[in-house]
Design a protein around this ligand. Structure first.
Ligand code: G1P
Length: 305
């Protein structure tokens, strides 16, 4: 297999972003503003995730949304009037920021009308794929997956390489302390010839810590073979009474579908709750050329109190 064929074999065009949730942990703000639009410094989390997908080669973002959350997809629309106004006022750098999101990739949305779980949300994307799309990426917008030096991790590109080699589906795993493992989908794994790649023999959603098959947990990035949609049609409600993506992956494994994980060693932020969001915000602020130094000084003083 040539290098080019091999990279095409792992490739995907559509990145699905499940964003239909109520954002209960951010109420009352989420009465009016979807949590995916909350800013990390000045940029909504959904744009950071879209930029990651585009950098990995996606040309379409498919947002799974719910009635009332249309502003998430609308955020990606061109606003040429605003761009022109800013440029006329000599604010070119700001105009460039406004152009960034619409320029990343095409954005479409589909509705999830009932909150029946992550598996049900991803299933809504199936009919929106073209016939020749053999794989799809799923990015959970609560999870910011960082490179070792911060910024985009490149983990999706690595996952595409692994799919090109092993076929099937490839997920991103983090090694999580056992006392926190019951918040995650957890993998039963064995080693491969590559240090950062493991073969998955089973997957279980939110196990008790003592029952968890390992400390390797799913963390918001999936590269799924199209076969996932057929599996999603066949699962029944699982953990929390919801249709779980984890259970569809486990069903595929039980039927012999190859599943691997890339164990990512970079950082990660959980934007889905105020504590994780605050860490992400502070982390990005500290790296910001304009605000970083000032915040560092203020925090140092503040922490002395
Ligand atoms: C979801 C998935 C879980 C995964 C987690 C990663 O859970 O169901 O398998 O480990 O995202 O953040 P949630 O956090 O939505 O309950």
């Amino acid at each position: 297999m040539s290098a080019q064929t091999s990279s095409t074999a792992g490739a995907f065009r559509t990145a699905v972003v499940p964003a239909a949730g109520l954002g209960t942990r951010f109420l009352p703000t989420t009465k009016a503003v979807p949590k995916e639009l909350l800013p990390v410094v000045d940029t909504p989390g959904i744009e950071l995730v879209a930029a990651e997908a585009a950098a990995a080669g996606a040309d379409r973002l498919l947002i799974v949304t719910s009635p009332g959350k249309e502003s998430v997809a609308a955020y990606f629309r061109d606003d040429s009037e605003l761009v022109e106004t800013l440029e006329a006022r000599g604010k070119g750098a700001l105009a460039e920021k406004i152009r960034r999101a619409p320029g990343l990739l095409a954005v479409d949305s589909v509705y999830q009308y009932e909150p029946k779980g992550l598996g049900h949300a991803v299933a809504q994307a199936g009919p929106a794929l073209a016939d020749d799309e053999q794989a799809v990426a799923v990015l959970l917008p609560d999870d910011l997956v960082l490179g070792s030096g911060g910024g985009d991790s490149g983990v999706l590109a690595r996952m595409a390489e692994v799919r090109a080699t092993h076929g099937g589906s490839v997920l991103c795993a983090f090694d999580i302390p056992r006392e926190q493992i019951s918040a995650y989908g957890v993998f039963d794994v064995s080693d491969t010839g590559d240090d950062d790649v493991k073969q998955v023999h089973g997957m279980v959603e939110k196990p008790d810590a003592e029952d968890a098959p390992s400390t390797f947990a799913a963390a918001g990035r999936y590269l799924l073979d199209r076969a996932i949609f057929d599996a999603l049609d066949r699962i029944t409600p699982g953990s929390g009474g919801e249709l779980q993506l984890t259970d569809a992956v486990a069903l595929l494994i039980s039927e012999g579908h190859p599943v691997h994980v890339v164990v990512h060693s970079g950082g990660r932020h959980d934007l889905g709750n105020p504590a994780g969001y605050a860490r992400a915000y502070v982390d990005f602020m500290l790296q910001h050329p304009e605000y970083g130094e000032d915040l560092r000084g203020w925090l140092t003083d503040r922490l002395k109190d």
